[in-house]
Design a protein around this ligand. Structure first.
Ligand code: ISL
Length: 595
């Protein structure tokens, strides 16, 4: 579509380095391992690899706690390995983006070590330090009552300098002080220009809406009774200077390098709040991740995140529709994703894993759903083979994530048996750990091709379903989830005016089994597509008259995709001419076009 930026139609693929491919048998994935599988990604149709943090880190939050922006965590490799990765991508016409984590560093970062060394250190003001308060009985209490994301207060006391430092996440992740201009310059130089100069093409920007905090540091209103620490995102999300800061980052770094950017916008649920970040005219970010859809089923992000709340398909559709249409009549752009390293697997959350047939059908329909939505599409490693959550029988000790442990620990501390049970049940669906299991490359014993034979235990246990569910097997099977992804990803590009750019209209909003929408081309309003998917395990009758919805004659309707048809090679395009009544089998999806 004319002079659209390249990244609108590009396929992005997130690699979580610890879990992708281990080349040296130490039980952790690494960059040489990723390089060795770059053709796998290329053949899938990936245009841009987004690599989650591979920087030096004590790994309290799997690399989102960085102790040196310019060093590679030794288990992941070396700077030279990153150079090889850049070459491997560029020589295939692909790009590489890194994770930019600059809301906070690790406590092990030199900047923080200096900052905490004394009140008069020149870097003292690079982090957020505050004196204690005292309650009526004279006990020391933190400067505010804010609760952190991973449980507990957002403040940690420093004995040596007798002040508290702020951390929205783990106590080992102190927040940088973006109010300090020197600190901002150091971030741009150290964490951004350094990598852009080496040839990296841009960044996924972590927690991009949290740099500007309220500087009067008020207490949050009490919304969780009997708790010392209160949810307080309004004190630090979308804060007073946030747009100024991001605009500065854009004009000083992103724009001069032509770097692509996608910002992570949690706790920003309103389109009116999101638009300023992604409006092209604002010159802040190219794209953002918005979380309403992916947060379905979770409780509040603070105290109750893992208290699972079942949801209806109509709710899911409402969120999708809101975010599909919010960019219309603006110059903003949107992303499409249903997985990342912070969420349970899509097929376990939105699909059905109760039988192998339902797993296969629902994984394909999730693929069809994602590839037919407007925006830039992001896949997370393993989504393309329909990876599932860890087996329900695995014990709580398999959950290694700092957030899982924080919420579970808090439940245990409460001594409330019901809450402990509910938290475990919630973790089984929602925990961030599920997406972090080693990638099953093949059926080799013991590590599914993730690590060499006879090597160290992988840092997380391999899913025992790997003999059936692995990439090698799916590559050889044209009816696999992987083969299906490849085909529908090709169609997404071929008909990008409809699938990547089309105007979305939800049909049957109240239907709790069928997910149907029509999309219209901006190039030629007569070109339309209808997507109908059965999001249930029962057969469904659909009352839509396909020709009428597509505003064409019955003979002009073509069935472009039918996820229920076993494909015998070639493309899945079949001529149709269709009756008005549609019947869809369990998790079957169909796409019709009128040309
Ligand atoms: O609900 C949340 C956490 O419970 C989110 O809103 C969270 O703030 C958001 O997903 C931020 O995540 C990112 O930064 C974190 C890191 O742990 C995540 O892995 C990363 O994606 C801190 O760096």
């Amino acid at each position: 579509v004319g002079k659209e930026p390249w990244w609108k139609e590009a396929l992005f693929y997130q690699v979580y380095p610890a879990s992708f491919k281990d080349s040296n048998g130490d039980g952790w994935g690494d960059i040489p391992g990723l390089v060795s599988e770059i053709d796998y990604l290329h053949q899938l149709g990936v245009d841009v690899v987004w690599l989650s943090p591979m920087f030096e880190s004590p790994q309290k939050d799997m690399g989102y706690d960085i102790s040196d922006y310019q060093k590679v965590y030794p288990r992941y490799g070396t700077l030279e390995d990153v150079d090889s990765l850049i070459d491997a991508c560029h020589s295939r016409g692909m790009k590489l983006i890194l994770d930019l984590v600059v809301n906070h560093t690790s406590v092990e970062h030199e900047w923080f070590k200096e900052s905490r060394s004394s009140k008069s250190n020149p870097k003292r003001d690079w982090y957020i330090w505050k004196p204690a308060r005292y309650d009526r009985s004279g006990n020391r209490i933190p400067p505010t009552n804010w609760r952190s994301y991973f449980a507990g207060p957002t403040w940690t006391w420093d004995e040596q300098t007798q002040e508290y430092y702020l951390h929205l996440y783990d106590t080992s992740q102190p927040d940088l002080n973006w109010e300090n201009p020197e600190c901002r310059e150091a971030i741009y130089d150290n964490a951004m220009r350094f990598w852009l100069d080496r040839g990296v093409d841009g960044f996924r920007i972590d927690t991009v809406n949290k740099y500007s905090k309220r500087t009067d540091f008020p207490d949050a209103p009490i919304t969780v009774p009997n708790s010392a620490h209160q949810p307080a995102p309004e004190m630090w999300c979308n804060g007073p200077r946030i747009h100024e800061f991001i605009h500065e980052m854009n004009t000083k770094v992103l724009q001069p390098y032509g770097a692509v950017s996608v910002g992570e916008l949690s706790n920003t649920p309103l389109p009116s709040q999101v638009i300023p970040y992604v409006s092209a005219a604002a010159k802040e970010l190219d794209m953002v991740f918005e979380f309403s859809m992916i947060r379905l089923g979770t409780g509040g992000p603070f105290d109750g995140k893992y208290l699972y709340r079942p949801f209806l398909l109509s709710e899911l559709k409402r969120h999708v529709s809101t975010w599909q249409t919010f960019i219309e009549s603006t110059d903003a752009w949107h992303t499409v994703f249903c997985e990342n390293h912070d969420n349970g697997r899509a097929v376990s959350r939105f699909g059905d894993t109760s039988t192998p047939e339902l797993w296969l059908a629902s994984a394909k329909t999730i693929a069809l759903w994602q590839v037919t939505l407007t925006g830039t599409l992001f896949l997370y490693q393993g989504q393309e083979i329909g990876m599932t959550n860890m087996p329900a029988a695995w014990g709580i000790e398999e959950y290694k994530d700092v957030e899982s442990k924080g919420f579970y620990g808090e439940a245990v501390q409460s001594g409330d048996e019901k809450r402990i049970k509910a938290t475990i049940a919630g973790l089984r669906i929602l925990a961030r750990d599920h997406a972090r299991l080693p990638f099953p490359w093949d059926d080799s014993v013991p590590n599914a091709g993730f690590s060499e034979r006879g090597s160290e235990e992988p840092w997380m246990r391999v899913h025992e379903g790997y003999r059936e569910l692995n990439a090698k097997r799916q590559l050889a099977d044209e009816n696999s989830v992987l083969s299906y992804y490849k085909r529908v990803l090709r169609l997404r590009k071929e008909y990008s005016d409809l699938f990547v750019h089309g105007a979305f209209r939800l049909l049957l909003p109240e239907d709790e089994a069928l997910f149907a929408y029509v999309k219209e081309s901006g190039r030629d309003v007569r070109r339309k597509t209808l997507v109908i998917m059965n999001f249930s395990k029962e057969e469904q009758e659909c009352c839509l008259d396909v020709a009428e919805v597509l505003s064409c004659k019955k003979e002009e309707v073509r069935l472009l995709v039918d996820s229920g048809t076993a494909v015998k090679g070639g493309d899945c395009v079949e001529p149709a001419g269709t009756s008005s009544k549609q019947s869809l089998g369990p998790w079957q999806g169909k796409v019709y076009v009128n040309f």
